[in-house]
Structure formats: C-alpha cells, structure tokens
Design a protein. Structure first.
Length: 350
C-alpha cells in the first residue's frame, strides 16, 4: 500500500550517464563512489545505430571519402550520446495513471547529477531527451502515462529533425529504508536517411528532394509508433568539400517508417536493422529535377525495407539527361512523370 505523500519522502540523486553502442562500442564505466545516497537512478543514453557500417558499405570508395565525412558532420547532432535537455515524469500505476511528479533539466553534457525528492510508492517513470532541439516534435497528453506521446507537427512540408530524440520507460517501486539502484536506458526514437545522386552528364538545372512514409506519433509507455497521416519532409542538401564531385547528397531525419509486419518496433536485438521486404511501399523519396527547358521530371523511389529507430540508410542513384533517377538498388521501385505538373500531384497512401 503506498505511503501517504506527507509521511514518506525520499532523497534521490539522479545521475545521468551516456553509453554509445555505435557499431560495437561498449559502455563506458563511471565511478559513482562519491555519490553518497541510498537511492540512485542512473540514466544511460544508449545509441544503437548502423551509421558507421552504412557509410562504409555505401560510400566506402576513396572517391566518396569527402561525402562520407560530410554526412558524419551533418549527423553529428543526431547519432550522439550527448543530451541537451531531459523531461522526467513519474506516474501513478493505478487505473488512473496521473503524473505525480515532473521535472525538466538542461544537461548540455553526457553526464550530470542533481537532487530529486519524491514520496515512497510505485511509479511508472517516463523520460525524453533532446526535445528542445527538435521544435517540430512535441510532448503531448503527458498528464497520464498511457496517453503520453511524441507528436509530429502537421504542415504541408516539414524540415528534418535537428536532434536525436531519446526516450525511456521503467516501472519503479521506491521502498522506504531499502537501498535501491535503478538503471534507466534511453533509446533513440528517430532515424535518418540520405539520397546520393550522381549528376555526371545530366546537365540538369535544379533538384529538389522530399521524403515521406514516416510515423506521426510515438507512445512513450509502450514504444508504439502511429501513422495518422503522411507527413512530407524536406531534405537538407549536404555540402560536399570536394567541389569537383558530380555527386549531390540530400539527407533527412524523421520518425521511422512502418515495418513489414506493421508491429511494435523492436528497439534492440542482435541485429536490429535486418528486416524482410514488405509487400507494399513503406517509405519513399520524391525527386523533382528541373531541366534546361524548365520542365520538371518527377521520380518516385519506393522502398520496401523499413527504416527503423536508430537506423541510417543511404541510397545511391544516377540522374539522366531527361531528369529521371535510376537507383543502384534493384529492389527500389521507380515511377516517373515527365513534364510534371504540381497541380496533378496525388499523395501516395502508405
């Protein structure tokens, strides 16, 4: 039976640690012996990603080194174990799981400690990191644990996420007079993709790239993604130091796509980014090339392999003189509209 709030409060030091699992990197041990408290909660940002492997696989040639370096720089605030801000909520575990305690802190580091006082009882604890750096995503309906969610802003087109978003959930039973230690792991909730286009010989005037097919909402309590509409994301043109290169790179950061089975995302497995191809398109690039006569060619590149939380995907392709795009991956579907008219555009339903 929970102890009344006015009778049993416990002093807890929240210790924030960071641990990268970037293609095999192990956890970094921290000496917490100076933290004199009987109740401790350790938060670990656990970055599970294939970024390095994907860059080596898709851009491993000597001629692509400057491009790979540019992408690493672009993604440095996404695939990172560094947290700027944290939002911490502690909820009742009864039938009406209201929030009992809420705190926000600025870390600006990969480790930090501060004091929290909460009463002895059972809680469901939810945490989010780096929301301040991602203004198009908001924490909503967080007065109750079972409705707390990250929500993607609605707009005609959206900019990429600017930070790696991390979330955590943990049932906690804080007992009176008992030494306790809670480990809270924050896992990445968004992902990234890049389209590398070789324009050699195409003589095109301009290229615009968008991407679509990603989640709109993420439930914190059970790590479930929802797809309530089809947000269209703009991409950033990644500056490549090699001015002589005929390649252009467009990158974006979003929530994940649907999976082939359309089930809850599995955050960590032995090989978390290997999935079966779906029977239908899961996500898509929309490429618009402007030719010398100012006509526009639309190419839709449809992918049937999911893009999961923490994952980075690079797709390479060639651009031809008529503005069409030919991907190097034969499993990617291609649909072309010559002399494309934006008034005829129809959103693809995923």
């Amino acid at each position: 039976m929970p102890v009344p709030v006015q009778k049993a409060w416990k002093h807890i030091v929240l210790s924030f640690l960071a641990a990268a699992a970037l293609t095999g990197c192990g956890l970094v041990d921290e000496d917490m012996s100076d933290c004199e408290t009987d109740y401790r909660i350790d938060y670990q940002l656990r970055l599970v990603t294939n970024m390095t492997t994907e860059l080596q696989t898709q851009l491993g040639l000597q001629t692509d080194l400057s491009l790979a370096t540019a992408l690493k720089t672009y993604l440095s605030d996404i695939f990172t174990d560094y947290a700027h801000d944290v939002d911490l909520s502690f909820y009742d575990v009864g039938e009406n799981p209201l929030r009992l305690h809420h705190e926000r802190h600025i870390m600006d580091d990969n480790s930090s400690s501060y004091t929290l006082y909460i009463p002895v009882r059972k809680y469901m604890h939810l945490g989010v990191a780096n929301l301040d750096g991602c203004p198009t995503v908001s924490l909503e309906q967080d007065e109750r644990s079972n409705t707390a969610r990250l929500h993607q802003q609605v707009a005609d087109t959206l900019p990429p996420h600017r930070k790696g978003l991390f979330t955590a959930r943990l049932p906690m039973d804080i007992k009176e007079g008992v030494d306790q230690h809670f480990d809270v792991h924050l896992y990445m909730a968004n992902c990234a993709s890049a389209l590398v286009l070789d324009t050699l010989g195409s003589h095109i005037k301009d290229i615009k790239v968008y991407t679509a097919g990603f989640a709109t909402d993420f439930d914190l309590a059970d790590s479930t993604y929802h797809y309530l509409y089809t947000p269209i994301f703009r991409t950033d043109k990644v500056d490549i130091p090699d001015a002589s290169s005929s390649k252009l790179c467009f990158a974006s950061v979003t929530f994940p796509s649907r999976t082939a089975a359309d089930t809850k995302v599995i955050i960590e497995t032995t090989d978390p980014f290997v999935t079966e191809d779906a029977a239908q398109t899961l996500w898509q690039y929309r490429v618009y090339t402007t030719l010398q006569d100012n006509s526009v060619t639309e190419t839709l590149l449809s992918l049937k392999q999911s893009l999961q939380a923490g994952q980075f995907k690079v797709l390479t392709a060639n651009v031809y003189e008529n503005g069409t795009i030919s991907p190097s991956d034969p499993t990617v579907g291609v649909s072309v509209t010559m002399d494309w008219d934006p008034g005829l555009e129809v959103d693809v339903v995923f």
